[in-house]
Design a binder for this molecule. Structure first.
Ligand SMILES: *[C@@H]1O[C@H](CO)[C@@H](O)[C@H](O)[C@H]1NC(C)=O
Ligand SMILES: *[C@@H]1O[C@H](CO)[C@@H](O)[C@H](O)[C@H]1NC(C)=O
Ligand SMILES: *[C@@H]1O[C@H](CO)[C@@H](O)[C@H](O)[C@H]1NC(C)=O
Length: 309
């Protein structure tokens, strides 16, 4: 933010700025406050996307006036990100953290996290998810004990998918989940273009983020084990895919082409699946139309993908 007149306030720190953006509802105020407090460094700008329209309820928090608040009722994190995080606007930031509101941060230190991803050259990263307590969707993003960073799933058999020793495709490498990604400036420019205006649940993006890795996705995308998160898994619009989903159920449902009707979040899930198919179809169409496109990874469509052309 800038003053109405005069030069901008001198920053205390010389380090480059970064951005934390979270889609929030007032019900998660306490947890969001804990997350933001972890980012209380001189070099972080905070942006809240209010999907429940409640902005006033946040005013009492000490950092509220120095955060940017954007409010639009019932919109998802990806809808907000597409409209308010245009890469030219956020080019001032070195790293963009686009997080869910239901993450437990007691084992996360952002200063250490930043120095690790810089040192390791990670263009796209996420903190590992503690497998002990949280719902873990993918083997790759589960925390490894006694490790700083990993880039490959080492378990040969994970929940819902198998990662063999030589698996070189997402979700076994070159992959992060959508709940807590951190993007470098350049990878965000690419990822932002991949987000579709009208596909608000963001499904399908995770498997394609490798194309934004600015090189070898198996090297430039990684999971930080030493700074990790607890995934609380609260269904809300601040969560990935507009409602917390169990990726394993979804994957099986996708393979069967059915959706579990007994689940209360069926409507959101069904919409997400429809969007996933649209996303894949658009990808396939774009690949077909672009004569110059050479797939650097020779990636077949994700095995659960049903593809209509
Ligand atoms: C937002 O979604 C909730 C829950 O589905 C619904 O009750 C409410 O009417 C919606 N609000 C608007 C403004 O669409
Ligand atoms: C982690 O490292 C500690 C200390 O070196 C060791 O005692 C422990 O067995 C290791 N745990 C695993 C799971 O490797
Ligand atoms: C990408 O990096 C991985 C891991 O270092 C390596 O095994 C692979 O050969 C690299 N791929 C290319 C195309 O360089």
């Amino acid at each position: 933010m800038r003053p109405l007149w005069g030069p901008p306030k001198k920053k205390k720190s010389k380090s480059p700025m970064n951005l934390l953006a979270i889609a929030v509802g007032i019900k998660q105020k306490k947890n969001v406050n804990e997350i933001v407090n972890k980012f209380q460094l001189a070099d972080f700008a905070i942006m809240l996307f209010h999907y429940d329209g409640n902005v006033d309820g946040w005013r009492d928090l000490e950092w509220s006036n120095s955060a940017v608040h954007v409010s639009a009722v019932n919109q998802t994190k990806w809808w907000f990100a597409k409209r308010f995080l245009h890469p030219d606007i956020v080019a001032a930031y070195d790293y963009i953290f686009l997080w869910d509101e239901d993450l437990g941060v007691e084992h996360f230190h952002v200063g250490r996290y930043l120095s690790i991803i810089k040192k390791e050259g990670l263009q796209i990263s996420q903190p590992a998810i503690d497998a002990g307590i949280s719902e873990v969707h993918y083997t790759l993003t589960a925390r490894e004990i006694n490790s700083t960073v990993h880039r490959k799933a080492v378990n040969l058999r994970g929940p819902g998918h198998r990662c063999f020793e030589n698996s070189m495709e997402p979700p076994c490498t070159g992959f992060v989940e959508m709940m807590a990604p951190a993007f470098s400036r350049e990878s965000w420019r690419c990822a932002w273009h991949m987000i579709q205006n009208d596909l608000v649940h963001g499904w399908g993006l995770d498997f394609m983020l490798g194309y934004c890795a600015q090189g070898n996705r198996s090297e430039n995308i990684g999971v930080v084990d030493s700074e990790y998160l607890i995934h609380l898994g609260i269904p809300s619009l601040g969560g990935s895919a507009g409602g917390k989903t169990n990726a394993e159920i979804d994957r099986l449902a996708a393979m069967r082409g059915t959706v579990d009707e007994s689940d209360g979040r069926t409507a959101v899930r069904r919409a997400s699946f429809m969007e996933l198919n649209k996303f894949k179809n658009r990808w396939g169409k774009a690949v077909g139309e672009d004569e110059c496109w050479v797939d650097p990874f020779h990636q077949p469509l994700h095995p659960t993908q049903t593809y209509h052309h």
